[in-house]
Every structure is written in C-alpha cells, then in structure tokens.
Design a protein around this ligand. Sequence first.
Ligand code: N01
Length: 495
Amino acid sequence: MKKTNVAENRTDKLEPCLAIIGAGFSGIGMAIRLKQSGYRNFTIFERSDNVGGTWRDNTYPGCACDVASHLYSFSFEKKSDWTKVFSDASEIYQYLLSCVEKYQLENHIKLNTTVSDMRFDSSANQWAISTVSNETFHADMIINGTGPLNKPNIPNIPGIENFTGKIFHSSQWDHEHQLDGRNVACIGTGASAIQFIPEIVNKVRSLKVFQRTPTWLVPRLNRNYSSLTKWVFKNVPGVRNFYRLFIYWRNEYYGIAIIGYPFFNNLLQKASKLYLRTKVKDPELRKKLTPNYQIGCKRINISDDYYESLQRPNSDLITEPIISITSTGVTSADGETHECDTIIFGTGFVTTKYLQPMKIYGSKGKELTEQWAGSAESYLGISVAGFPNYFLLLGPNTGLGHNSVVFMIEAQIEYVIKALSYLKEAKKSFIDVKLERQETFCDSTQNKLEKFSWGSGCDSWYLSENGKNYSIWPGFTPSYWWKTRKFDVASYHVS
Ligand code: N01
C-alpha cells in the first residue's frame, strides 16, 4: 500500500495539505479559488477519466442547463461568448475543461482515482484517504465536492431482467445504439426526460412515454446570442456583469412564486396552466398533463417543445402505472403490454445515498452515512459535527429550485477559503462544528421548508425516507450568502 502525503512538492510547511474529492463544478471552482488565494498544496481526486462531473456524464440528446449560462458559470471566470441563453451540456463541459486549462489545474488532479473511504485520525489530526486501488493518501483537510446527482436510479421493475432489447439510463446514454426506426419506451417525465423526448421523437418509429406524475412546465424561450450581442458582452464594460445580475435577480423574483408565497404561487400556477392550454388542444391529453399538486413542490421544468413532442402521431403518453417488464415490452396496470425494443430510464438519481459508496469516518469513528441515517444534518450544508477539518460543497439543504447552484457553490467555496485563512492567522489546525449550532440550524431549516411549497404534500426526490427535506435551501439565495459571508468561528470547536 502506497502511503504518501497529498502534496508531493510541499514547500510551505504552514500551508495545509488539502484534498478535494470530485472534479465537477464544485471541485474545479474550489481549486481555482485556492490557487487564486495562494494555496498550492491541494489535490483533486476524480474517479472518472476526465473532469466535468454531471456535465461530463450527461450526454443525452438535448441535455442543457435550465439556468441561463451567464449565471450558470463562475463569477471569477465569466464567459462572453455563450452561444445560447441556456447552453447545451457540451458547451458547459467545454467551459469546465477550459477552466482547468486556464488555471493549470491538470497537475493537481488525480484522474481514475476512486476514493473508497476517508478516516479522521485524531492523534495525527489528519485524514487518511484510501482508494479502491489500495493507495492511501494523507491530508489535513477534506473538501468534498462529489455532488448529489450522479447515481442513476433504475427502478427495480419486476421482469426487467427478461427484457431482450436495449436498456439504459439518461445519464448513461448509449450513443452506439441508433434510435432510428426503433420502438422506444421512455420511463419518467422529469427534467432530463423532457429534454431528450423532443430530440428523439422524430427519429423513432414509436415512442411510449410512461408518466407517473405530471410536471409543472413553463416555456424555456431559448435563443442564440447574435455575434453583435457576444461582441457587446466582451467589449462594452459592465454589460456582461449587469446582465448576469439581471438574470440573478429575475430568478430570485420568480423564486417568490416557486418558494410558495400564495399570491405569486397561484399566478405562476395559472401561467403554467395557460401555457398547457395553448399548447395542448386535446382535453384528454391536457387532463393527463395537469398536475394535482402545488407548483414548486417538485422541480418546475422548462421546455419549448415537450408538449409538441407528445402530440406527434408516433408518440403516446401512458399514465397507467407500470407493473412489469416482459421480454418485449412494458406492461401497465390495465394489462396492456406496450411492445418496444429500447427502454430509456429518465428516472433521476438516487439522492438519499448521496456520498455512498464512499465511507467517511469522523473523529469518533462514526461513519457519515450511518450518522445521517435518513437525516442529513449539517451546518450550512458545509460542516458536519464530528467530522473535523471536513467541508462539503453542495451539501445537504443547499440545492435550489429557482436559481443557479453555482451561486451556492461559490458561497461555500468562499466560506472554506475564509475558514482556512482564519486557521492560518490563528495558528490553529482543527475545527469541528458544534453540535448545538448544527441542530439549531437544521431545526430552523426544516421549519421553514415545511411552510413553503416543498412541504405542501407532494412526493419528490427532495424528500428523504423520513419525509424531511435535506435537498433544498429554504428560501432566497441572498440569505445563504449572508449566512456564509464570514467564517463563523463561534459555531466551531477550534484547537
Ligand atoms: O430526474 P427527476 P431527472 N416508475 O427526478 C419518474 C437535475 N437536472 O434526471 O415524479 C415510474 O426529475 C419520476 O416520477 P415522479 C435537476 O435538479 C438539472 O429528470 O417521481 N416513474 C419523474 O418523472 C433534476 O431535478 C438540469 O412520480 C418513475 C422521473 O422519473 C435532477 O437533475 C437538467 C419511477 C424522474 O425525474 C433529476 O432530473 C436535467 C418509477 N419507479 C436534470 N421512478 C439542469 O438544467 C422515478 N420515476 C441544471
């Protein structure tokens, strides 16, 4: 077993040895800001053969971001020439690759390195990081940026193993498997499915869309930026920043409706229903597509062509529950078997086992997923009591339904930088969040969440098995920025 420090070329003995787990948006952003702040002694562990996280993995047709690109990008690495308002996944992926290149992060990244477990050694005040290939590294601090949406959820439908055609999940799209002329069943109608369904409907012979719960939908209104607009963003001082701010505050304004303030929530619900009415003339189909839960409770989806794609002569929306899969099709509760040769699962991700299969053992030897046991309690989604010198990026209760998660990631990155600066100045090397502060934070978060849309009674991936919501930030994002603007030393045991 190889034993080494994370930093092999350590020059400054006072500088902590930092390990970042995951080279997605969070890990790359953290690495850039560490470099900009003068830290050199860090390594990113990435299990895959390239960086990019979710934007590397999701290559399904039509994959794009639902947040406008000028905001869904780092504030410290803005880009003037986004081709569209809502960019495709490939452009976002290229953006992340360009960040790695520009900030010369390559030498800090260990690709194909899957962390299996991390243990805090209280006597050495260090983390030991083990990989699946039996290597061990040591670091003073861990910054975990593995993200919640990377384990495909493929439901265990009876008979699935008997299917003789092709099966794949939206995040593991099989591009070798041509869809032209195929009979395709698509299971799920969430954010991913509503993006790929319009892209494949014109290729396939037949498309059966299995919907369990209708989604609230609003138009995307995507468009290309003209060369002139891109030129203005690049050359006219202040325009790009102003535009970014405009998108940010517009999203916060929509947030008033999404979060659940009744007047605005009703207004948005009416607007979404009106959109459905203008796009779908058939009352029966419209009825199937009309949600019966409060808008905002589940993630609202945006599309300009989803409703059209369901009205093509070769597509069919099936709302009968699925009871089994046979060798040649999908059987619904009415007894009908819908013949198909390809099944695509747009069924989302396993979010309740967010850090698994990685095991993380804190100062008392307790494993983090076991400690959480359905209640992912943390402080600000960044620190967890009993897990010293360990930071989470995009941790519990920091997801969003109305604005850019890159904003949240950046707030967390800055918090970590401030924590590191504090430790350096105070000549300390150990921090562990106080349990009582964590409990107060979690109680107040859950109380707020219950009062807003997310607690209005629907079932969604935001909820854990005990019905609590450990996914979403309960409110507007300036309040998160405010809470994280300083490293809150009083909330930590420091030594
Ligand atoms: O997954 P989803 P997704 N039988 O969970 C259905 C992010 N994202 O991959 O609603 C039948 O939204 C399920 O039905 P129901 C974004 O945060 C971001 O589409 O649970 N159906 C639902 O219809 C998003 O929230 C972007 O009743 C089953 C669908 O599958 C997250 O990724 C773009 C089922 C799952 O929808 C996940 O999106 C795309 C079963 N057993 C995605 N199990 C951006 O733009 C589940 N379903 C940033």
